[in-house]
Design a protein around this ligand. Structure first.
Ligand SMILES: NC(=O)c1ccc[n+]([C@@H]2O[C@H](COP(=O)([O-])OP(=O)(O)OC[C@H]3O[C@@H](n4cnc5c(N)ncnc54)[C@H](O)[C@@H]3O)[C@@H](O)[C@H]2O)c1
Ligand SMILES: N[C@@H](CCC=O)C(=O)O
Length: 515
């Protein structure tokens, strides 16, 4: 009997004992740095000459690990292995697959701080953000395991005298899972677990900036009893290995989380039917956001400022859900703006190993250059009222940055920056604020801060985002509580951590028997 799902509690690091445990975990992880990690295909460890070098974004000289890099030949080997393994795995007991996830969750929970410490190092995540990433990884395993148990016998449909009808779900085949670096543990583990627990075999290609945590997850799954060949670990270049597998005629589905640029490329390529291909590929594609917090005239303005600052600068704004634009009623604009600046200037930036730093680095040089480029654009488009500076001498650090009086059609208000930058703009009334909030091509998250019930109901109907929050920030969805995914160019709205998610990895089969 499986106990009811409840999300993993976050660690309270204000408690001295918890801080001490985390310090010990960081020491342990530090001793583990700089090792080599192989590919895993059919359970076999394969070492390649060429390596992906994962570095600590807070300290470029610190190597997290040297990870073997798959090429097209190895991707082909992995595909053949996954394809052959599917013949037996598709018939495996769903309860066995769910139990595997529950055991994996238990293993991670027992070593929770160790994983969190690794995320601090490899992802540059402050403790609180890293702890939430680990907790979310556990949640995905626990939640999808239970969802599979709910779905395993299908859904009740109607039968008639002497006609017995059955509707149930069967797996699809080989799935290519391509994950991003920002939720390096949770999204990588969640997308992989969902594809596997539904009876598919998997080729896991993690983000090149953060491949070591994916190897560690593979070790956990193996310890939990994962049979060889069910999940194959093939880090490699997105363009090279990614394109090859997306195009492959034996790929049955692609589960991608990442940028709009790569997501739309995969969507187009997966639509092409190649020689020998017997199906239309399924795509689960979750992309970026340009997320807005709307502040009404009748609102708790302290809550508004806190929500903007936390949602904009948590993990340096490197969340698809991050608040990168705030639309504020003109009557309260100055007051909110002043408080946003005060709160922003109080934030500390530095190596996230130090618990007192609120913000760590951005992930790499390319991200640093891109964000600093947007800060230059922001200086032309609005008034810089906080931050604006960066330092990439040791790690990639950028101060939390606020621009005021930006036209809502400006580039910094339309394009995903994916860094610690927020633009503020005014609206003359609530209706105009919602129109502005909807005026990007994305539709991922949004929040409304108001005490006006009619305005909340108006937003419920008209604010076009997949995850809409009232009187709170626009980040931090919890598995099983706020299913996550967006509209328009934010993706296919597959709702990770929600009751519909697993069904995207399966196909419905109707069987009708005459008695
Ligand atoms: N909607 C969501 O749930 C969600 C969650 C997290 C991140 N994101 C988005 O992800 C982006 C940040 O992550 P990122 O920088 O890792 O994104 P990215 O698109 O650069 O990379 C994502 C993954 O795609 C791979 N890739 C690159 N080129 C490829 C190709 N041609 N074919 C196949 N795979 C390829 C990368 O190696 C990586 O594993 C942001 O846009 C963010 O908003 C969205
Ligand atoms: N699910 C996360 C965002 C994931 C994307 O980066 C949140 O709700 O903040």
């Amino acid at each position: 009997m499986v106990v009811a799902y409840k999300h993993e509690p976050f660690t309270d690091f204000t408690v001295e004992e918890n801080r001490q445990e985390m310090v010990k975990a960081l020491e342990k992880v530090e001793k583990d740095l700089g090792k080599e990690y192989p590919l895993i295909i059919g359970g076999e460890r394969i070492t390649t000459e060429e390596k992906i070098i994962s570095v600590n974004p807070a300290n470029k000289d610190e190597v997290i690990g040297y990870v073997s890099k798959a090429n097209q030949e190895l991707a082909e080997k992995a595909m053949q292995t996954a394809d052959e393994t599917f013949a037996s795995w598709r018939k495996s007991d769903p309860k066995f697959r769910a139990d595997l996830l529950f055991r994996a969750a238990a293993i991670i929970r027992r070593r929770k701080h160790e994983f969190t410490a690794h995320l601090v190092k490899e992802g540059g995540k402050p403790w609180k953000e890293a702890d939430a990433d680990t907790a979310e990884a556990i949640d995905f395993l626990e939640y999808y395991g239970r969802q599979m148990l709910t779905l395993k016998d299908g859904i009740k449909i109607n039968s008639r005298p002497i006609e017995h009808n059955q509707f149930h779900y069967i797996p699809l085949g080989v799935g290519v899972v391509i994950s991003p670096w920002n939720f390096l543990f949770a999204i990588m583990a969640g997308t992989t677990a969902a594809a596997m627990v539904t009876g598919n075999t998997v080729l896991l290609k993690p983000a090149s900036a953060t491949p070591v945590i994916a190897y560690k997850f593979m070790e956990v799954l193996e310890e939990a009893g994962l049979p060889a060949g069910v999940i194959n670990f093939i880090p490699g270049s997105g363009k090279d290995v990614g394109d090859y597998l997306v195009d492959h005629p034996r790929t049955r589905f692609v589960s991608f989380t990442g940028s709009r640029e790569v997501g739309t490329r995969i969507f187009e390529r997966a639509a092409v039917v190649h020689e020998g291909q017997k199906w239309l590929k399924r795509t689960i594609i979750e992309m970026g956001g340009k997320d807005t917090i709307v502040v009404d005239r009748e609102a708790d303005l302290e809550l508004a400022a806190q929500s903007i600052v936390q949602s904009a600068f948590g993990f340096s704004g490197q969340k698809c859900s991050a608040c990168s634009r705030a639309v504020i009623h003109e009557d309260v604009y100055e007051e909110v703006k002043t408080r946003v600046v005060e709160l922003t200037e109080a934030l500390t930036v530095g190596d996230p190993v130090d618990y007192t730093n609120y913000m760590g680095p951005v992930i790499d040089q390319a991200a640093y250059d891109k964000i600093m480029g947007y800060i230059d654009i922001g200086k032309q488009e609005g008034e810089l009222i906080a931050g604006g500076e960066g330092d990439d001498s040791k790690g990639w650090f950028i101060k939390p940055t606020v621009f005021a009086d930006v036209d809502s059609k400006g580039r910094i208000m339309q394009e995903e920056i994916f860094g610690p930058v927020v633009g503020l703009t005014q609206a003359k009334d609530f209706t105009e604020a919602i129109e502005i909030a909807n005026n990007t091509e994305y539709g991922l998250t949004g929040a409304v801060i108001t005490n006006n019930r009619a305005h909340l109901e108006q937003a419920r109907e008209d604010f076009h985002v997949g995850n809409l929050y009232f009187n709170r920030g626009c980040t931090a969805a919890i598995v099983g509580y706020q299913p996550f995914g967006g509209f328009n160019m934010s993706g296919t709205d597959s709702k990770a951590g929600g009751p519909d998610y697993l069904i995207h990895h399966m196909q419905g089969k109707t069987t009708s028997e005459m008695f």
